[in-house]
Ligand binder design. Structure first.
Ligand code: PDD
Length: 285
């Protein structure tokens, strides 16, 4: 039987209840994380907790959960839910107020909710079985604080839906200057002439943990070249390889952007190299 965590207790999902006056429900006023776990081992756990802390501080939610508390919650959920590979969703909202008021209320206890979902499997570096992605491309219409992993995801959901409507599994976004930001639920990388590039961290993108892991791993292999720099829409469309990265995808090779085939229309050699290194070193950090 699967169990979820709500405010200090584990229970079947149907017993987990929160008030409709919760600010997470009314305003999307909260922060979340998604941590992958393979055979019980979590990937990038400390980095995920650190990013959640940064997000909570940015929106002034005070929560007295230590890293050990989060780890215990995650380990318990992993052990009480089926499947060898799981994603753990962690969610903190500002809590339940007695009235709907835009101002942050005082003395309200945050709502903490967590559950596991089964991952289809561990991403592979085998080109013949790897999931490759066809994606859409459109202008980023989200807010200017995309570095905060807010539960208010309507902008991302609408962008994802553009792709889904076209039969695609992601939508890559560019800003008003035709510069690539990220995708609706992933970061973006390109490869051109052997050089890997990804947009720099700023308010337009989420500081992805997978992105960070890739940078750590690639930096420790001096034969590989990686740059954090502005990437234009044109460069993306003319790249040898395009990747989308996230906790659940790892390094996801993109083979088509709208009607434009990327490279040879299949996962490229640099993808294979980096996903292989990622598989070997992802638990080192
Ligand atoms: N999404 N950018 C956005 C907008 C995201 O939502 C995500 C992750 C990423 C990649 O971050 P990370 O490598 O830390 O997963 C980038 C998660 C998985 C989600 O919303 O389900």
């Amino acid at each position: 039987m699967s169990l979820v965590y709500l405010n200090g207790q584990y229970m079947p999902p149907e017993e987990a209840k929160i008030s409709p006056m919760d600010r997470g429900f009314l305003f999307g006023d909260g922060i979340y994380e998604v941590v992958p776990a393979y055979h019980g081992k979590m990937l990038g756990f400390d980095a995920h907790v650190a990013r959640m802390r940064d997000g909570l501080a940015a929106i002034e939610i005070e929560l007295d959960y230590s890293g050990d508390t989060w780890r215990e919650i995650c380990d318990t959920l992993i052990s009480k839910n089926p499947g060898p590979n799981q994603g753990i969703y962690l969610h903190v909202s500002r809590g339940t107020d007695s009235k709907r008021n835009h101002a942050y209320p005082q003395g309200v206890k945050p709502t903490v909710f967590a559950f596991c979902f089964e991952l289809p499997g561990e991403p592979t570096n085998d080109e013949s079985t790897a999931t490759s992605y066809q994606v859409s491309l459109e202008q980023d219409r989200r807010w200017q604080r995309c570095n905060i992993k807010s539960t208010a995801l309507l902008g991302n959901v609408m962008h994802y839906q553009t792709g889904a409507r076209a039969g695609n599994k992601e939508t890559i976004l560019f800003n008003a200057k035709d510069e690539i930001t990220e995708a609706s639920s992933s970061n973006v990388f390109i490869v051109k002439d052997g050089i890997i590039s990804t947009p720099p961290l700023d308010n337009q993108i989420l500081p992805g943990i997978t992105r960070w892991l890739i940078l750590q791993i690639v930096h420790s292999h001096s034969e590989l070249k990686i740059q954090e720099r502005v990437i234009s829409k044109e460069e993306l469309l003319n790249a040898d390889e395009v990747w989308i990265t996230s906790a659940t995808k790892e390094v996801g090779p993109v083979v088509k952007v709208d009607e434009k085939v990327i490279g040879e229309g299949k996962p490229g050699p640099m993808w294979q190299r980096v996903q292989t290194l990622f598989t070997a070193h992802k638990f080192d950090y």
